[in-house]
Design a protein around this ligand. Structure first.
Ligand code: DAT
Ligand code: MG
Length: 150
């Protein structure tokens, strides 16, 4: 099914010069970038984004980390992109993420796991609304799509 998902290179990914590498992986897979921006997450945005984790032991460290520097936020589109992008990211803990995945290839610590990706269509919609207005999400087609989709 054609879906949209929310993906974000976290502050460690930006600091470690992984932005291009990560975007390239999604582009080469065949996903279309519908929206893209760099921003610094405020504590208020972090609380919205990670509402499900408020009160957990790792929550204060998570907010400190995610607000510690710029992130690169994007909306990707494509067939089954929500699950597909999560697969490309790998397990939450880089120590358990397989080789070939973004977290498996570039991370060591669960608290520095390089990338975020929405875990469901509903989460994707909720998260996209935190970071993008509808006008910032572009609708267009690429000629290569005839070679990506049967
Ligand atoms: P994911 O980012 O794979 O969706 P999540 O939603 O369970 O994982 O958690 C959000 C982030 O919080 C995760 O990317 C890293 C951090 N985190 C999760 N569980 C943690 C833990 N047990 N210890 C430290 N950080 C944790
Ligand atoms: Mg999550």
């Amino acid at each position: 099914m054609l879906e949209r998902t929310y993906v974000m290179v976290k502050p460690d990914g930006v600091q470690r010069n992984l932005v291009g590498e990560i975007i390239t992986r999604f582009e080469r897979k065949g996903y279309r970038i519908a929206g893209l921006k760099m921003l610094r997450i405020t504590p208020e945005m972090a609380e919205k984004h990670y509402a499900e984790h408020v009160g957990k032991s790792f929550y204060p460290g998570l907010v400190e980390y995610i607000t510690s520097g710029p992130v690169v936020a994007m909306v990707l589109e494509g067939k089954d992109v929500v699950a597909g992008a999560r697969k490309m990211m790998g397990a939450t803990n880089p120590a358990e993420a397989g080789p070939g995945t973004i977290r498996g290839d570039f991370g060591l610590d669960i608290g520095r796991n390089v990338i975020h990706g929405a875990d469901s269509v509903a989460s994707a919609q909720r998260e996209m609304a935190i970071y993008f207005t509808e006008a910032e999400l572009l609708q267009y087609e690429k000629a290569v799509e005839a070679w990506l989709y049967e």
